[in-house]
Design a protein around this ligand. Sequence first.
Ligand SMILES: Cc1cc2nc3c(=O)[nH]c(=O)nc-3n(C[C@H](O)[C@H](O)[C@H](O)COP(=O)(O)OP(=O)(O)OC[C@H]3O[C@@H](n4cnc5c(N)ncnc54)[C@H](O)[C@@H]3O)c2cc1C
Length: 480
Amino acid sequence: MEYDYIVIGAGAAGLSFAALMEKRGHKVCVLEAHTIPGGCSSYFERDGFIFDAGATTLSGLKIGRPLYNLMTELNLELDLVNIDPGIISIIDNKTIHRFSEPDKWVAELTKHFPSIDHRPFWDKMRDIEKRGWLLVSSFQKIPLRSFKGLFSFISPKLILALKSVPELYRSVETELKKFNIKNKDYLSMLDEMLFITAQNHRKETPLLMGAMGLCYPEDTSYAFGGMKAFAESLAKKCSIIFYRHEVNKIIPLQNGFEIQTKQQVFFTKNIVSTIPSWNHAKLFEDLKGKQFFESQVTNPQDCWSAFMIYLTIPKNTERKSLYYQIHCADIPNCHTRSFFVSLSHCDDKIRSHSERQVVTISTHTKTSQWLEGDKENYKLKKEETSIYILQQLKEKFNLQESDLQNIITGTPKSFIKYTKRYKGLVGGIPHSIKRNPLSYAIARSPYKNFYMLGDTQFPGQGIASVVLGAQNLCHYLTTN
Ligand SMILES: Cc1cc2nc3c(=O)[nH]c(=O)nc-3n(C[C@H](O)[C@H](O)[C@H](O)COP(=O)(O)OP(=O)(O)OC[C@H]3O[C@@H](n4cnc5c(N)ncnc54)[C@H](O)[C@@H]3O)c2cc1C
């Protein structure tokens, strides 16, 4: 066996796991289909500008949280700046700044929604959020393979965190009813925030994940150099990465695995795969693997893809945040009533060489919209969606048509091409009270020494969560 671990995928999950295991003295090799690292947290360069391809924000940087721990342990070279307000919601004539400081946030909400007593609801959200992080970081003994494993993983921290279990079964909506919050704009603000953090709306999002999602903007950072800097800083910590190596077959052997790519065959005792659950079935030929991976996956129809617009606009230092959620009517061919706008920092000379800011816009769409139908229809839909969003952007940001330059659009097809994700499904699996919380468990597979990580496995979506998954698995493998 050449390697202790072969990691499939150089996204945030794969790179974090590989770097952490290498630091602990293991021989690790990463196989990545694309030519660069990052996956959904990747980037591309065009006309001298560096665009974030998918993810744009870093969260979980407070002391003790996943990215803080990762940066500290690996000594990552990243130039970060905290962004506060972490998001600005623009709803008709309201511009709502999501300040991180509790009193400032309550005052901002009171200014826009004076008839609501905001503090009790947000105090509760913050309390649940703290327990939520405690709960997910307690799962270091995952995957549980036996009752023995179950007992050894019970700890005082976990017992405290278990207070949160009922919050997995109650929705955010139930909590809002308790506080008698009914204002339409307010509920819409919460719904759209939940869509980008939990991939679901308030009526279905469990209170626990909902609280973590609603508090997410309190801990938002920007990396100078964007996701390129983030992905490259992690990749630097991994000695062996083979790019352009798409894994297309895995053969279980008596004492390990054979992994085939077009270029090479690899042998390893352990595999850590970070590609989405749905992608696995086609990699196995033996019935055991095929049947497991086909039965294990969540219904892809419940999941989302993204419609993307990348562009540049004139630099404006007056803007109060780098992250905006613009509310609007139904976006053609998309499924939420808002889009998320991320700007490069005005002082970021790595991403922009001129007096312009680099912009990434994303919104939720269903993959079927874009994979069915002919080429002409696809092109028309792309135009229709992009014209609508850019019109809204111009109005809300007070821009002229000529201000918008270097425009590029992306659809689920782009995610298939660049990340190989099944049907272009991104963002993980939506959190839902309809989902059995036990089905979140976990990096299991029918094979000994084959583990799974990433945003379709526990603890799910977002960079902070996939990094936490990597940290938990690393802890499990090195302490058991
Ligand atoms: C539009 C958008 C915006 C987002 N915004 C944010 C945000 O602001 N903040 C945040 O925290 N999260 C955000 N997310 C979510 C975040 O990007 C993901 O949850 C996270 O990056 C997933 O990382 P991963 O390693 O699990 O998977 P991936 O990023 O998908 O990585 C998997 C890697 O495996 C490679 N691969 C696939 N198949 C193979 C194969 N057969 N062989 C070899 N390699 C293969 C892929 O090329 C890819 O590099 C966003 C996601 C999207 C799509």
